[in-house]
Design a protein around this ligand. Sequence first.
Ligand code: NAP
Length: 343
Amino acid sequence: MSNEGLSLTLNTSARSEQVARGEGVQHERVIIIGSGPAGLTAALYTARANLNPLVIAGYELGGQVSLTYEIENYPGFPQGLSGQELVEYMKAQAERFGARIKMFSAVTEVDFSKGSPFWLKTDDGTEYLADAVIVTVGATARRLNVPGEKEFTGHGVSYCATCDGFFFRDQNVVVVGGGDSALEEALFLTRFAKRVDIIHRRDTLRAGATLQQRAFANDKIHFIWDTVVEEIIGDEKVRAVRLRNLKTGEVREYPTDGVFIFIGHDPNSDLFKGQLERDEFGYIVTDRLMRTNVEGVFAAGEVQDRIYRQVATSVGQGAAAAMSAERWLAEHEALQQPSAASR
Ligand code: NAP
C-alpha cells in the first residue's frame, strides 16, 4: 500500500462532466457505505466536521449488532442495552449533527479506479460521485441454514460468545465448528456455562495446536465428533439440537440451553473485489490511519478487522476513519486551489 504523500489527481472523466452538466448524478463530499457502529460513528464525526455525510445504510440499520439481544460490554451503559437500541441512539446522534441516513438502499457498484471523486451506484438506480468514501459494510457470520436457527436467534442461538455468554451461567451449551473461533469462544464460554460441547463435522480440528491443547485440557469442554446439527428445537427458547453422526448415520436429540455457531465469518467485501486490496480472507487491507490502497477511500469495522470484532473497537475505527477522511479532504481540496502565486 502506498502511504507516500498525496499524489492527488481529480478525475476529470466523463462522469465528472456528467455531474457538471447536472445529469442526475448526485455529488457528495463523503459517502459512508454501511450503517453498523463503525458507519454511524464515521457519520457522527464527519457530520460534526461539517462534511454533510450521506450514509447508504443497507436494509438493516446496524447490521450484525442489531441481532444482539443485549450488549453489556459497550462502555457508558452500565445496565446494558439491546443492539437495536444502541444503533438507534447512534443514528439519532449522527442525525442531530446533520448526517443523512438513506435506509433501504444498498450500493451495488463502485468504480474507484479513476480516483476522487469516486463513482457509486445504489440498487434504486441512483448514481453518486463522492470526494471521499468510508467503507463500513461489516461481516456476516456464516449460518448453518438449518430449521430453527433463524427462529431462535437471540433466544438461545448466538454468533457471539462475548456478547451472550453471560446469559448461560450454569447452563449447558453447544458450540458448532472446529476452527480457531469455535475453540476460542468455547473456552470463553467455560467461564459461565456448566458444560460446553463442541460439535464438529470431522474427527480432527482445524484450529491451531495451542487452542486445541487448551480446549482438550479444559474439564468443562467435551467433543462430539463427525456430527452435524440438523435442527434446533425449542418453544420460547432453545431446548435441544437434533444431531446426525455422519459416520454411523445415527440421529438423536441432544438437550441444550444454547447453541453458539462459529463456522466462519465472511467480510462483506465482494463489492470491492478488484477495486480495493483485500487479504487472503477477503478483509479490506487498511493501514493505521484506516486508509485503503486507494487514496480517499477508507475502511473501518469488521470489513477490515479480522481480530477484535467488537462494537467498541468498530466505533473507534469508525471515528479514526472519519478523522482521516476529513484530513485527507482538507489536503486534497487545498491542492486543488490555485495558489496565490499562480493567480
Ligand atoms: P474457519 O477457520 O474457517 O473454521 C470454520 C470451522 O467451521 C471449520 O472447522 C469448519 O469445518 C466448520 N464449518 C464450516 N462450515 C460448516 C458447516 N456448514 N457446518 C458445520 N461446520 C462447518 O473459521 P474461524 O474459526 O472463524 O477462523 C477464521 C480465520 O480467523 C482463520 O484463519 C482463523 O485462524 C482466524 N482466527 C484466529 C484466531 C486466533 O488466532 N486466536 C481466532 C479466531 C479466528 P472443517 O474444519 O471441516 O472445514
